[in-house]
Write a protein that binds this ligand. Structure first.
Ligand code: ADE
Length: 227
């Protein structure tokens, strides 16, 4: 089982991953998720987790102590010595190879920041790496953490019904997916490509490979050069 400890002041957001593939991964015991709320580790009456930034400027910064204690509580509850990842736009960008590294590595603690970010000293003290899901700024790390979890879930043993499915997906072979169709054969005057209707599996496979290659050349030529 891959265990993920989530450090977040919005535990309810993670209800979203109790649906679909990530939900099934948890049900079958391939994925374990637990949320640790930094607010539970505050000592003041207001249960404050943020404060004004030194040097001035807009917004608030998350304080080191409650975050550090929540991270440490998460680490204790994970069996294998976990890797601590901070979700931030300053991190290494998530892609297929990064997902593979994460699923084949140790358990994970994912630190979800809010506001203008977290006190840098907690990053220095506890974070092993920073991870970004793209070059744009989100209001917090929670959605990013759920993107990482969903991208990993399909690679966990037993999660996909058909064991063949994950390696056939986009990016496993550096190609985009081919076009897919289902019934009816003609929809609003548009017909399904003829080759898919016959039972010639070799011809279908050839068509799919060419379609994937054509789409990749047209939409993402960078994927072909990179290989
Ligand atoms: N938190 C805010 N923006 C983010 C991003 N692009 N990736 C990961 N975490 C984030």
């Amino acid at each position: 089982m891959l265990k993920v400890g989530l450090v977040s002041i919005f535990p309810e957001m993670f209800e979203a991953i109790s649906y679909g593939m990530t939900g099934r991964a948890q049900e079958i015991g391939a994925l374990g998720v637990e949320v640790f709320n930094p607010r539970s580790y505050t000592t003041d009456n207001y249960r404050r987790v943020d404060d004004r930034p030194y040097g001035g400027g807009p917004g608030m910064v998350m304080m080191a102590e409650p975050l550090c204690q929540a991270i440490d509580a998460a680490k204790v509850s994970l069996e294998r010595t976990p890797k601590v990842v901070y979700l931030s736009p300053q991190g290494r960008c998530l892609d297929h190879d990064y997902v593979q590294e994460l699923v084949s590595g140790p358990d994970l603690v994912m630190l979800c920041g809010r506001y203008e970010g977290v006190d840098e000293r907690v990053i220095d003290a506890r974070v092993d790496e920073e991870l970004s899901i793209g070059d744009y700024v989100l209001a917090g790390g929670e959605l990013a953490a759920m993107v990482v979890i969903e991208a990993m879930a399909r690679w966990l043993p037993g999660v996909l019904g058909n064991a063949e499915s994950a390696p056939q997906d986009s990016f496993s072979n550096s190609l985009l997916d081919c076009r897919q169709y289902t019934r009816p054969e003609v929809w609003r005057d548009k017909a399904v490509p003829h080759v898919l209707l016959g039972g010639n599996h070799q011809a279908i496979e050839q068509w799919r490979q060419k379609d994937a290659l054509d789409r990749t050349e047209h939409r993402r030529p960078d994927l072909l050069v990179r290989k």
